[in-house]
Design a protein around this ligand. Structure first.
Ligand code: C5P
Length: 227
């Protein structure tokens, strides 16, 4: 299991300070919508300047018509990131088109599909998707697997079931992690490091419990020891 640190701080400067503090640890860095919209490709280059071994997960959660998603995926290819994601609810045709478009590249990034956002509770989810989180997450994972993606973004609670219905090597990346039972914030379905480990999760994403800590490097170290 690998640790992915969410760079969700309000300014580029604060994100860079956080990255400096944890630069000696073998972690992935997650660049989300806010950072990428504000700081763009330059920020990705800044990260690599601090430590070229950092792996970057560009968390833009693409959702659009198939051709536009494939075009966007091809542009992402040019950024040199190591992983990005799309919404599984965009449908199998869109996911297949993304993978087809990337198939001619050697060293393409890992491509994941978002199943159910971990901030949804059952009622909210049902309102949008008309089904339970568990059932729909399984269906989305099957769709992503059949479309040739490498894995899914899901909660730690769905990881085992998803691997059972797809493939043990089909990756799961789980946000909503409160490593040692910290405050959940707006996340509804949180799990700790041990739970994720037992669920064979491949990547845990941790944001606030790290960047809001007095000593982020200490929390990263503790999580890596636990992993
Ligand atoms: O602060 P926290 O650890 O809750 O941050 C989780 C991160 O993972 C945020 O950047 C959030 O946007 C992202 N994320 C999520 N749920 C998903 C997909 C991504 O919380 N399903």
């Amino acid at each position: 299991m690998q640790l992915c640190v969410a760079l969700d701080l309000p300014t580029k400067q604060e994100n860079l300070e956080l990255i400096h503090k944890i630069k000696d640890y073998p972690v992935w860095l997650k660049v989300g919508l806010r950072s990428y919209i504000r700081d763009g490709e330059e920020f990705l280059k800044d990260i690599k300047k601090i430590n070229p071994d950092f792996k970057i997960f560009l968390d833009l959660k693409l959702y659009d018509i198939p051709n536009t998603m494939a075009d966007a995926a091809e542009s992402i290819m040019g950024l040199g990131v190591d992983m990005f994601n799309v919404h599984a609810s965009a449908g199998k045709r869109a996911m297949k088109e993304v993978m087809d478009r990337l198939s001619c590249y050697e060293n393409r990034p890992i491509v994941l599909a978002v199943t159910a956002l971990t901030s949804f509770n059952e009622d909210e989810f049902n309102n949008v998707y008309g089904n339970s989180i568990a059932k729909k997450a399984d269906q989305f994972a099957k769709d992503a697997h059949e479309s040739g993606l490498d894995g899914v973004v899901c909660s730690a609670y769905e990881s085992t079931s998803i691997k059972n219905i797809t493939d043990k090597t089909f990756m799961t990346l789980t946000p909503g992690i409160r490593p040692f039972g910290e405050d959940a914030g707006d996340q509804q379905r949180v799990a700790d490091v041990d739970f994720a480990k037992n669920a064979d999760v491949d990547f845990i994403v941790v944001g606030r419990p790290i960047y809001k800590a007095q000593d982020p490097a200490f929390v990263v170290k503790k999580i890596l020891e636990q992993i």
